[in-house]
Design a protein around this ligand. Structure first.
Ligand SMILES: Nc1ncnc2c1ncn2[C@@H]1O[C@H](COP(=O)(O)OP(=O)(O)OP(=O)(O)O)[C@@H](O)[C@H]1O
Ligand SMILES: [Mg+2]
Length: 425
């Protein structure tokens, strides 16, 4: 799209002595420069022979540009600028590595990416609490990184070489969960053909992470309370009392105090678990972390999937920074992966992001649990249909099962942005 798009796509310099004659020129440029552009020189920026961007010179004048010499100066400048930008990017990357992310990117240690005051406060508590055997209750919305916090605590603890065992309490029905956690004796119930060790035994000397603790049944809550109080438990169907040497970390995305008030969760167990609470803040409350996280995920996926994406463009980053992220870091991770897999771009640009991120009114919605008004849903569907069909309104109307005139009416009414049909990117 536009002159820059053409130059990047064709890897060729472009000299336009009179932009009024060239439909590729974006007249909005003049709103920013506050002058009327007459002529343009645009040259590709290359790093090691690969086009990574373009440098565009807009000029209120015409004569100068006809000069071959000027074009070669601009080309020389663009190659210097490309190197400078590449260096700046490498510097950012180096900083990531200096912060200890290198081992993580190589798939070793867990690191919690982020530099916001909110995340730094979390990291500080993690470091303080890790060396002890203290029980930690990790709170936070879905996808904020609770499991990551648990793993990090284990890795920083003296138990780091012993097992870290995670149990997703909501994933199993009560009866199975009980024997999963505490084990069972042969013949404890139909189908128990042999003795089975529970996760508490398997985690002996190490750490157990009980995820979605708010889902535990009263019977299991009682057994867990006893384990926390006396370090004792029995296998299902067993009489022998066993001693547990495990550190317990628990997590939930529910408001556990409210579950206690409603009588769904034992108060005594709540206090035993809530010795040190760590609340992982939602991503929208630490937007400063978004650029660093995005860069981290770009690197991770370019390594893992072999996609040579360099980073996220300034415009795309602005969109990412404004969105309200109901699915938190996991959603950001998915958005980056999706963009890279579907488009394999040099830079992730706004058009590689899902449409819901690009809608201002969704971005500012603070009440994520509320359903959006119907018109917003309609608007979103229309936008998606237009994107699916390459901005062909007849095809989009067919896809939506409405007439073309009705579609046009709605586009106007909901102020859906329209682009010219045909090729994209
Ligand atoms: N600060 C972070 N740095 C790097 N990766 C992160 C960070 N926070 C979350 N992630 C990544 O986001 C994804 C979700 O994190 P995690 O599974 O720990 O969230 P959760 O809070 O346990 O979510 P849920 O409540 O849905 O189980 C994971 O892939 C994790 O690696
Ligand atoms: Mg989790």
């Amino acid at each position: 799209k536009g002159i820059v798009g053409w130059v990047i796509a064709h890897d060729e310099a472009l000299v336009i002595p009179d932009v009024s004659q060239d439909p590729r020129f974006y007249s909005q440029v003049d709103e920013r420069t506050k002058f009327r552009t007459q002529s343009v020189i645009c040259v590709p920026m290359r790093i090691k022979g690969r086009v990574v961007g373009a440098l565009e010179l807009v000029n209120p004048d015409r004569q100068l540009l006809r000069d071959e010499f000027i074009v070669s100066v601009v080309e020389a400048y663009a190659s210097l600028a490309a190197v400078a930008i590449e260096n700046a990017r490498l510097y950012d990357r180096l900083q990531l590595e200096n912060q200890g992310y290198r081992r993580v990117l190589k798939g070793g240690e867990t690191v919690i990416v982020g530099d916001s005051p909110a995340i730094r406060a979390v990291l500080e508590v993690i470091e303080r609490v890790a060396p002890a055997v203290t029980t930690v209750l990790i709170l936070g919305e879905s996808g904020t990184g609770k499991e990551l916090v648990a793993k990090r605590i284990h890795e920083l603890s003296p138990r780091r070489d012993a097992p870290f065992i995670a149990v997703h309490c909501a994933a199993l029905p009560e009866s199975l969960l009980e024997s999963e956690l505490f084990g069972h004796e042969k013949g404890a119930f139909t189908g128990a053909s042999s003795r089975k060790l529970g996760r508490f035994e398997l985690a002996h000397g190490g750490t157990i992470f009980l995820d979605e603790i708010g889902e535990l049944s009263p019977a299991i809550q009682a057994k867990l309370l006893r384990l926390l109080q006396f370090k004792e438990f029995e296998r299902v169907g067993g009489t022998q009392t066993l001693h547990a040497d495990v550190r317990i970390l628990a997590a939930t995305n529910r408001d556990l105090r409210r579950e206690v008030e409603k009588g769904h969760f034992r108060e005594d167990l709540y206090y035993r678990l809530n010795v040190v609470p760590i609340t992982v803040p939602p991503l929208r409350e630490r937007r400063e972390d978004i650029p660093l996280l995005a860069e981290f995920f770009v690197q991770r996926f370019s390594r893992r999937l072999g996609i040579p994406t360099l980073g996220v463009s300034a415009e795309a980053l602005q969109i990412l920074s404004r969105y309200h992220w109901p699915g938190n870091v996991r959603e950001l991770e998915n958005v980056i992966e999706r963009a890279m897999v579907l488009f394999r771009p040099n830079w992730i640009e706004p058009e590689h992001l899902p449409p819901e991120l690009r809608q201002g009114e969704f971005g500012s919605a603070e009440t994520d649990s509320d359903l959006p008004p119907l018109w917003q849903v309609e608007r979103r569907m229309i936008l998606r249909a237009l994107e699916d069909t390459g901005w062909n309104q007849s095809a989009a109307a067919r896809q939506l099962g409405i007439s073309r005139s009705r579609l046009r009416y709605r586009i106007k009414k909901f102020r859906v942005p329209v682009r010219k049909g045909g090729s994209r990117n």
